[in-house]
Design a protein around this ligand. Structure first.
Ligand SMILES: [Ca+2]
Ligand SMILES: [Ca+2]
Length: 318
């Protein structure tokens, strides 16, 4: 059985050796900015973590120094100024690892293109104090998380009670919960904030195409996205006006169909794992514990079987 399937896959794939590698990585991720409120230059950072084993060049993290907003500018202009500063820094950091960073015209967003599937993108707002930034992608988001790490100052830069926000963006729309320090009785530990936000989001998250759980440390909201409801947009909303660092968010891109060794690329190295997924589910789970055997369901009918062989071979053929 194993031999027969392997032969069929290998025969079809022999052609590929001549054609070279096929890369999966063309995912676009967007970051939308809201106006910062910091009173001193503060760091806003974006980290891109390619999947383990990905042969592409490592992408270093990037920290942008965001100046305090110009009070003569409108909130939209302040958000765009922050966005432009981030674009300027990211461009420099990501140019060697195959990612392109541009400002999206007529918006407060930037987009990063060229991400391999399976990449983790993390945004840390540091001390920049903004209401509701967002990061999302089309079609490829698997998980999202919003962290409120540590204890937060219950006041914002104007001395008003701070507001904390978290939510999701999907094809259904945006679902955002906000909680103020007043509502929390000024007990603004990350755990309290996360609990309060989860309570507000809870009843409606599923309807928006995600599942919500709380991280075991109690300081992060974890979202698992429904692929059928994140075809156009899927991601998270996050932010706080508090003068404390500790708010961050990340999205994890799904691996591609056929990327059976989960290295972010679909190529000849996936042939052996594919055959293993097909013939020996337990063996596959043992050898690729961080991967999902269902990635072998290339024809998308919900089962992994021989009918996935031809579509898999097709994936490998440009
Ligand atoms: Ca692969
Ligand atoms: Ca199938």
């Amino acid at each position: 059985m194993y031999g027969k399937i392997a032969n069929r896959v290998f025969a079809s794939a022999a052609l590929l050796m001549l054609l070279g590698k096929v890369w999966a990585g063309e995912v676009e991720v967007r970051i939308g900015c809201t106006p910062p409120t910091n009173t001193e230059r503060s760091i806003f950072s974006v980290n891109v973590d390619f999947p383990d084993g990905h042969p592409g060049k490592d992408c270093p993290g990037s920290a942008s120094l965001i100046p305090p907003p110009d009070p003569n500018k409108t909130p939209d202009e302040q958000a765009k100024a922050k966005r432009d500063k981030i674009v300027e820094t990211l461009k420099e950091h990501f140019k060697d690892c195959g990612l392109t960073v541009v400002a999206v015209p007529d918006s407060k967003e930037l987009k990063i293109t060229g991400m391999p599937q399976g990449t983790l993108i993390k945004v840390h707002t540091g001390l920049t104090g903004e209401g509701e930034d967002r990061t999302y992608t089309a079609e490829w988001v698997e998980y999202g998380r919003v962290d409120f790490d540590g204890d937060f100052d219950p006041y914002d830069y104007k001395g008003q009670p701070a507001v904390f926000a978290a939510g999701i963006v999907t094809d259904v729309g945006e679902l955002v919960a906000r909680v103020s320090a007043v509502e929390l009785g000024y007990q603004t530990s990350g755990r309290r904030v996360v609990q309060a936000l989860a309570q507000k989001l809870g009843p409606r998250v599923q309807q928006y195409g995600a599942r919500l759980t709380i991280d075991q440390n109690g300081q992060a909201l974890l979202f698992t996205f429904d692929p059928t409801k994140t075809r156009q947009r899927g991601g998270v909303v996050f932010g706080t006006l508090s003068r404390s660092p500790g708010c961050s968010a990340s999205i994890q891109l799904r691996f591609a169909w056929g990327d059976l060794n989960c290295d972010g690329a679909v190529n000849n190295f996936d042939i052996d794992p594919f055959v293993l997924a097909l013939t020996d589910p337990n063996g596959y789970a043992q050898q690729f514990p961080n991967c999902d055997r269902m990635l072998a369901d290339v024809n998308g009918d919900g089962v992994v079987d021989n009918f996935d062989i031809d579509p898999f071979v097709k994936l490998l053929t440009p």
